[in-house]
Design a protein around this ligand. Structure first.
Ligand code: RUQ
Ligand code: CUA
Length: 660
């Protein structure tokens, strides 16, 4: 029996154990286009001729790689890895002196995270191509990536949080990115028994100001009951000003959640009126909590700054009437997605057999009428029947996530039955379904969470690939599948492997950003304190045991390329400025025995490698990026003398030695 169907049956067992009876649609094998004509037409649909560009940029989360990868669609070609939360030796991210501070947290230097949800910035609920944000789950953080440089330029840590999973979804004009906590914990976190979870552990929902680079800030947090908060989507159009957060474990259990958190028939979507929160905060509601977190950003010198922060505004629902309502939602909901019109709020239910759709209009009417079923910790619970717009029946088992094509249809993933189901908004009828390989989590339609989806392709982000690729030992490639959704019937076009887990993805029409790319940094504007803007400015300066090397690189040499008078135990800082002023000419820099990684220096930029020689000798350094016909000649030597030696400090290029 195949591994995927084992897993399917295992999860089906969980569904049945949880008391939900459902039919299990068995998938046939195969999954390639049927006849030769179909193969040719699918191949043609994804073929991007040599030298031609893809139509879309896709931004794929790396999951537990902590990074973001950029791929072209429809080809599935890998274009770039953008390092975010994890150190990346390929370009020195998190290793260079200029970027280390980006990975500082209140727990110290944390060089890894689990990145789930890339989210493009919006203007008027349409992706505008300025930035993409992504969350770090494990040590709660949110990063901003600038889409003119494809570089992480800002990271903010989220205090009072554990498991920053429902994050960082963007409000219609990028006023905020939102963040909710997967794990409830004691807040403020303190030493107490885990058995005292119920009633004492809390979740938080955070609203983070996001519209100004280098100025991300936590506007306020809402203290929530001790559930697990899962995913989120802000509203748009009529529901602009609201954000929706799924939760499970309303049972408030702290062990064996697979059973204990699956008891209740319904959990909740929290509907948060954040304009109301702004009013309450402005009126002085809530309290200021003492916390510790970091805000890191690349400053105008292109050097990371890490600022400690010590307070945050915390609101409790009781402080602010009309702030939060609960929409009952079957059954351990996972995804929550808002349709392009902003009227419908679609939930996934890991253990549900239907897809529940809530109506924003009905929700506001029920709130007006105070049509509440009960309250939970002071939060009004609306009646399911009063807010429900419809239920999609026969939508596959384990519906997780939904996106939209802008033509009146929604597409939902069914994890357990490994399929994507297409249904019509309004009639709630399933109109098509297609098997995917295998165990699909998220799906992504370019702009499919926005007001104007580009409803041409759908990408299924699969958790298990099993037999789809050449096997590679115990760990197999993760994978995505490209599906054509331009016609009535979905059509599988392409399988492509991804880096890390393609947890979620976003995509944007290439034309929106491709002509806004920074090609090189202007050397005249380089304000790095250790830049050498010409070979005449190169020098070596000793300050006690620290040695600053002001070095330049240009095709095809370094200056200086010979250095003497370094001693064992010195802290040598190679500040290398790339003098090139042309696109696509980085130089690399690596020194033998350096206990970190290389530098990869973009034209006009300065980057610094720290090197502490541990033994006397002569050590080469060289350029790592094949930059010219004479790249292999791009090298140099450092002479290292014993500790306390009197070898004079001198340096030079081309046989002319200089000293102080
Ligand atoms: S969640 S597979 Cu981490 Cu985005 Cu639904
Ligand atoms: Cu510079 Cu190779």
């Amino acid at each position: 029996m195949s591994r995927s169907s084992n897993r399917g049956l295992y999860l089906l067992g969980a569904v049945l154990a949880a008391g939900t009876v459902a039919t299990y649609a068995c998938q046939g094998g195969g999954g390639s286009a049927a006849g030769a004509g179909d193969v040719a037409s699918a191949a043609q649909a994804v073929y991007v001729a040599p030298g031609a560009y893809d139509e879309f940029y896709a931004f794929m989360s790396g999951g537990f790689s902590g990074q973001l990868t950029v791929m072209g669609l429809p080809s599935g070609r890998l274009l770039k890895t953008v390092p975010v939360f994890s150190q990346y030796p390929e370009n020195g991210w998190g290793y260079t002196e200029e970027t280390k501070a980006m990975l500082e947290t209140s727990h110290g230097f944390v060089p890894w995270d689990d990145a789930h949800h890339p989210s493009l910035s919006f203007t008027d609920a349409v992706p505008d191509g300025r930035w993409i944000f992504i969350n770090g789950n494990n040590t709660p953080r949110i990063a901003r990536i600038d889409l003119t440089t494809f570089e992480t330029t800002e990271i903010i840590e989220i205090p009072n949080s554990a498991g920053n999973h429902g994050s960082p979804f963007v409000t219609p004009n990028t006023d905020y990115v939102v963040a909710s906590t997967r794990f409830s914990v004691p807040i403020p976190n303190r030493d107490m028994s885990i058995e005292e979870y119920k009633g004492n552990f809390k979740g938080t929902i955070s609203f983070v100001k996001a519209n100004a680079p280098r100025e991300m800030a936590i506007a306020f947090q809402i203290l929530m009951p001790g559930f697990n908060y899962d995913l989120a989507r802000p509203g748009k159009g009529p529901s602009d000003g609201w954000a929706f957060f799924t939760s499970y474990n309303s049972e408030e259990q702290n062990t064996l959640l697979e059973i204990n958190a699956s008891r209740a028939d319904k959990d909740f979507i929290a509907a948060v009126n954040y304009r109301r929160a702004e009013e309450c905060v402005a009126a002085g509601a809530g309290r200021t909590a003492d916390v510790r977190y970091r805000h890191n950003y690349l400053d105008e010198r292109h050097i990371a700054v890490s600022e400690p922060k010590t307070s945050v505004r915390v609101l409790e629902p009781a402080d602010c009437e009309g702030l939060v309502y609960f929409l009952p939602t079957p059954k351990s909901p996972h995804g929550v997605d808002v349709d392009p019109s902003g009227e419908y709020i679609v939930a996934g239910g890991k253990l549900a057999t239907v897809i529940p759709v809530h109506s924003f209009t009905k929700m506001t009417a029920a709130i007006q009428a105070q049509d509440f079923e009960t309250t939970v910790e002071g939060i009004p619970v609306l009646r399911y029947e009063s807010v429900m717009a419809g239920e999609v029946q026969n939508a596959g088992l384990g519906p997780l996530h939904t996106e939209f094509d802008g033509k009146g249809f929604a597409y939902t993933t069914a994890f357990i039955t490994s399929e994507v189901v297409k249904w019509q908004i309004g009639t709630w009828q399933v109109v098509d379904r297609i098997p995917v390989y295998y165990s699909v989590g998220h799906l992504m339609i370019p702009g499919g969470d926005s007001r104007q989806p580009w409803g041409k392709y759908l990408v299924a982000l699969n958790k298990i690939t099993k037999d789809r690729y050449l096997p590679t030992g115990p760990e197999l490639a993760h994978a995505a599948q490209l599906i054509d959704i331009s016609g009535d019937k979905m059509r599988l076009l392409l399988d492509f492997p991804t880096q890390g887990e393609p947890h979620y993805a976003q995509a944007i029409l290439a034309d929106v950003i491709k002509d806004k790319q920074v090609q090189f940094f202007d050397l005249a504007e380089n304000t790095h304190p250790y830049a050498a803007k010409s070979e005449a400015e190169t020098k070596v300066v000793r300050q006690g045991n620290t040695v600053h090397v002001y070095m330049t690189s240009i095709r095809s040499h370094f200056s200086p390329d010979n250095i003497e008078g370094i001693r064992v135990g010195d802290e040598v800082l190679f500040h290398v400025t790339n003098l090139e002023q042309d696109w696509d000419v980085p130089h690399g820099f690596a020194a033998m025995g350096a206990e970190n990684a290389e530098l990869l220096i973009m034209p006009g930029q300065t980057r610094t490698l720290k090197w502490v020689p541990d033994q006397p000798g002569v050590y080469p350094f060289y350029c790592t990026d094949f930059c010219s016909a004479l790249h292999q000649e791009m090298q140099g030597y450092v002479r290292v003398s014993p500790r306390g030696s009197s070898t004079p400090l001198r340096w030079g290029t081309g046989g002319t030695w200089v000293s102080n």
